[in-house]
Ligand binder design. Structure first.
Ligand code: NAP
Length: 252
């Protein structure tokens, strides 16, 4: 496995789900991890405890990634605890399901602000403390346009996830001379709170699995392992890519 020994990481939205899986995989590879959460302090503390049981330093930090002042405070806390940052994983995200006819501006803005503006704000602030050869991994989705996967009823979410790919490619160019790599991971359907209804409902689960050659839903560790690779020194020549971790969905 790739080593991240001694590296310092921030994973946004890592109190649960994919973020938790990423935080644990980074820690298992040796990285110290700041566990960001929005409202679930208890869950975040459980993740910190699991990481500390591996003999790895970790702490939790509250911040709404869509609020500039929260993000600034989070980065200040990380600076005071870790000194600097080698790995930023922009993972925090939310979704709602609605027709455009029913969707109001607030619903649109909330998803865009957390999913897309949140990555802009966290990246902008993290750059102030990021080391040379830093690695940024932005979590997008197969539902991001361009890949031929549409779900329906998530226009705001799909637009935010497509925006993340644009953000990733553009920053990969701008930050290359600072030695910083920026890549994106586009997960398929991963079992978390976000997808609980669709993977537990028999009919919808059967329909979804028809798209997945690996014939199973992903688990958070599938995304965590891919993140470890992109955050490692071995990925130094990889920047600006989208890595689809989807059990083969796009090939079908
Ligand atoms: P999840 O189980 O709902 O977990 C969401 C995480 O994001 C929680 O840790 C939550 O913190 C945090 N969060 C929510 N709003 C936040 C905010 N404003 N500021 C900071 N943190 C916030 O979701 P998930 O399935 O793990 O998804 C994680 C990421 O993967 C998202 O970007 C999602 O779009 C993406 N993704 C998921 C799938 C999938 O199939 N699950 C597929 C493709 C992409 P609290 O616990 O404090 O609420």
């Amino acid at each position: 496995m790739f080593s991240l020994e001694g590296k310092r990481a921030l994973v946004t939205g890592s109190s649960r789900g994919i973020g938790k899986g990423i935080a644990l995989c980074l820690a298992k590879a040796g990285a110290y991890v700041a566990v960001n959460y929005h409202s679930n302090k208890e869950k975040a503390e459980e993740v910190v405890k699991e990481i500390k049981m591996l003999g790895i330093d970790s702490f939790s930090v509250q911040a709404d990634v869509s609020r500039k002042e929260d993000v600034k405070r989070m980065i200040r806390e990380i600076k005071s605890k870790f000194g600097s940052l080698d790995i930023l994983v922009n993972n925090a995200g939310v979704v709602t399901f609605n027709n455009i006819e029913e969707m109001n501006e607030d619903e649109w803005n909330k998803v865009m602000d957390v999913n897309l503006k949140g990555q802009f704000l966290c990246t902008k602030e993290a750059l102030n403390i990021m080391s040379k050869n830093g690695k940024i991994v932005n979590i997008s989705s197969i539902a991001s346009g361009g890949a031929g996967v549409g779900f329906g009823k998530i226009p705001h979410y799909a637009a935010s996830k497509g925006g993340i790919i644009g953000l990733t490619e553009d920053l990969a160019i701008d930050l290359a001379d600072k030695g910083i790599n920026v890549n994106s991971i586009a997960p398929g359907v991963i079992e978390t709170d976000m997808t609980q209804d669709m993977v537990t409902d028999e009919e919808s689960s059967k329909k979804l699995l028809e798209h997945i050659p690996k014939n199973r839903f992903g688990v958070p560790e599938d995304i965590g392992n891919a993140t470890v690779f992109l955050a490692s020194d071995e990925a130094d020549y990889i920047t600006g890519v989208v890595l689809y971790v989807d059990g083969g969905w796009l090939t079908k």
